[in-house]
Design a protein around this ligand. Structure first.
Ligand SMILES: [Zn+2]
Length: 436
């Protein structure tokens, strides 16, 4: 079946809500303290002394207590000064406790601005966050590439590489941590979802959960094709644990503030059902001996899950989540015998092109197919490009077909990857110009 090409209205609206604060300069310099958001942070008093603060692409949560401030997440490095200004416009109480919901660069890197201003908070994170930061130090080149980063700012780095580049937690926990601050209870709970170091905060007397990226207003990012293992099953468990508390308000890691006990319950239980549907499908396929591709090809998402207004696939895709589950439970081999110890892809492409009568024939067929089956067209266009990267027509077709694919693709992750055709074609052009 060819894929459908229109982006439903609820999907487009959720995308706008989730990625509204996007500032290109900051997003291409994620790790730079010198590249901040475009404007002042948005501040909403979600409940008495409880604030949703959004400097740019990410949100942070703030609880004011009689003893001081409890801050959940700290934004990107470049968000630090903007967050500090926003918080000081709300309260002059000292920063008492900071909780990192996970170690991603958009959540755990803005605290430096507060420390430079003289704050001395206790900093709490799940114990796995230490390993997360250490992994960042081992893979700066990889992260620079997969996050499409440019070096920038005063530090001139595109990714943290040494211990001093991080603000480390002063305290870690394993399962749950109960705190009393200003006479009020805060429960910090561990979960796994996008990462294995998730923490979320429950403030029972306020009926508020600060969820980090466990709640974002779109299909959970549990399948990113370029990143380390995600945890769809534990994500479902975390959503169910939150739902059982019947919160009135959720401060999400991205996207808009969420209010209303019934709507929140519906969102969280539907999210859990959605993730479990994919996990069950992947496991059933593996247990039945299907090949990885066969498992993904037979995945169907029931309409009541796919059309939930808070769970559109605008960032990740169900197919990617399915592959992530497959990877978790099986090896890297896709099950096709020739793929076990394959011939170079380029050599294969040349064989196919020769059989077709040249890369030009593949180009022609790719263009013909684009209107009816863009997925198949992509395979032919890529084969032509790999067979004849020196041929301008093959390069042009490659860019054209993948641009078309990207334009109709609702999931941002896939869109970004399809967008790489241009870069690859240009690199091939430069390479061949250098040789001629
Ligand atoms: Zn995030």
């Amino acid at each position: 079946m060819p894929e459908t090409h229109s982006v439903p209205a609820h999907t487009a609206a959720a995308g706008t809500a989730a990625f509204l604060g996007f500032a290109l300069e900051q997003v291409t310099h994620l790790y730079s303290r010198g590249h901040g958001p475009a404007g002042a942070a948005e501040v909403i008093e979600a409940a008495p002394r409880t604030y949703y603060i959004r400097p740019g692409i990410v949100n942070v949560g703030l609880f004011e207590t009689d003893e001081g401030l409890v801050l959940v997440d700290t934004g990107l490095p470049g968000d630090g000064p903007s967050l500090l200004r926003a918080i000081r416009s709300i309260s002059d109480k000292p920063l008492h406790t900071v909780v990192y919901t996970h170690g991603h660069v958009d959540h755990a890197f803005g605290l430096w601005a507060f420390l430079e201003a003289g704050e001395t908070p206790r900093i709490i994170a799940h114990e796995n966050l230490i390993g997360h930061f250490e992994r960042y130090m081992k893979t700066p080149g990889l992260n620079t590439i997969i996050n499409n980063q440019l070096s920038g700012g005063t530090e001139g780095k595109s990714w943290p590489t040494e211990r001093g580049d991080f603000v480390w937690p002063t305290e870690t926990f394993r399962a749950t941590l109960e705190l009393t601050i200003g006479g009020e209870r805060f429960e910090i709970r561990h979960g796994k979802g996008e990462t294995d170091d998730c923490a979320w905060v429950w403030a029972p007397e306020r009926g508020v959960i600060a969820a980090g990226d466990l709640v974002t207003g779109y299909l959970p990012n549990a399948g990113n094709p370029r990143k380390v293992q995600r945890y769809a099953e534990e994500w479902a468990e975390a959503a169910e644990a939150m739902a059982a508390l019947r919160p009135e308000i959720i401060l999400p890691g991205h996207g808009v503030l969420v209010r209303g006990a019934d709507a929140i319950h519906d969102e969280l239980t539907t999210m859990a059902a959605y993730l479990r549907h994919i996990v069950d499908h992947a496991l059933a396929g593996l247990n039945a001996g299907l090949l990885h591709d066969e498992i993904v090809e037979t995945l169907r998402i029931p309409a009541e899950l796919a059309t939930h207004p808070r769970l559109p696939a605008i960032y990740d895709r169900p197919e990617f989540i399915c592959r992530n589950v497959i990877r978790r439970y099986s090896g890297w081999w896709d099950g096709h015998l020739a793929d076990l110890l394959p011939a170079p892809k380029r050599d294969r492409a040349r064989q196919y092109a020769e059989l077709a009568g040249g890369s030009g024939a593949l180009v022609t067929r790719a263009r013909e197919l684009a209107a009816t089956d863009i997925r198949l067209a992509c395979h032919l266009a890529e084969t032509a490009f790999l067979a004849a990267p020196e041929d301008p027509a093959a390069r042009q077709c490659y860019v054209e077909i993948f641009t078309r694919r990207g334009e109709t693709e609702p999931a941002l992750m896939a869109k970004a990857i399809f967008g790489e055709a241009f870069k690859r074609a240009r690199a091939a052009e430069e390479h061949h110009r250098g040789q001629s």
